[in-house]
Design a protein around this ligand. Sequence first.
Ligand code: T4K
Length: 379
Amino acid sequence: MPRRPAPFAQPVYVTRPVAPPIADYVKRLEAIWASGWFANSGPQHAELERALAAYLQAPQLSLFNNGTIAMIVACQALRLSGEVITTPFTFPATPHVLSWNGITPVFADIDPASMNLDPHNIEPLITNRTSAILAVHVYGTPCDVTALQKVADSHGLKVVYDGAHAFGMEIDGRAITSFGDATMLSFHATKLFHTAEGGALVVQDENVKARIDLLKNFGIKNEFEVVMPGINGKMSELQAALGLEVLRCLDAERAERARVAAVYRARVADMPGVVLAAEPPGVRPSYQYFVARIGGEGARHSRDDVFHGLREFNIYARKYFYPLCSEYSCYRMLPSASPALLPVAHRVAGEVLCLPFYGALGNADVERICDALEYLLTH
Ligand code: T4K
């Protein structure tokens, strides 16, 4: 039996933001100061939008001040209404953007392996009020995009992806943002690529991008014409400048995260009562989260035992996404939120634990986290 490892002296969080060399950021800040242009689609904004469109193979990309506002705008731009079928296993922003558009979220159960919306569960929930499917590539595991599109096409529905965890993902060489009608990306500090706060919308149609760019700037067409009731979704020059520097660190961060993931996989895969999600073939990963499932059938320890136990070692793993959105007081009265209809989501939400995962974790740190995990699972 392993001996009790020593706790970390400093807290180890679920993630740490990529912090580019500050001198490079300061150079960009000096350019902003010199120009006197801090917001409203300045040169940093233009440069980042171009750079990301190229990096992500996503020609119709619009920057935003955060991912949530981007998704609110996607609903407006695609004129969604009535009901939208979505997953309960996600961050609160996903159903909230529907509520902010006066749309009722309809929760469908998830697939036990991918933990994403199960396309088989959608059709029975479609009514004459349904306008779209809002799916999430949770943790950076791609949805079954082909099956979702097939269901959507046969009922005339739009498909919107919450790709908050999906930055840079590809399926068989094809950009994840090229599927569906729109994909939101989050550039929050906790994301692989970030602008402190920020986000983007990627769409397929240049006319939709034109509408999105109006909607994110109050609907202002020019100094004297406002053509639709827009919102303020603009990314500032300071955010865009940070993004340009983070982008330069991205390939290195991806390589570091691949290293961390490999150490975890080698150690955690054989631990009793732990299941790791399979790496889907042909997928370029986003390296956003590293999730372990703990306490399934036959396990001696619950996920919550391990979650609390890790805190004694100063390790702050997170239970993303427990509780389910369908359990929130603002959604649990919905007929689709009934736990009896969402058995897989309830089981999965009771098992998941996101382990610390970021490039600055050294191999020795990851080994120590694994030691603590192993100790908790075997005692
Ligand atoms: N859809 C999905 C599926 C999402 O996951 C999210 C966001 C969204 C939509 C909405 O996108 P945005 O509107 O945010 O662009 C964090 C993030 O704030 C949130 O963006 C993210 N998902 C979610 C999964 O994680 P919290 O409430 O867990 O954050 P917090 O403050 O507890 O931070 C987590 C850990 O990260 C901390 O323990 C330490 C570390 N951290 C955090 C920050 C902010 C740092 O080391 N430095 C930092 O600056 O939501």
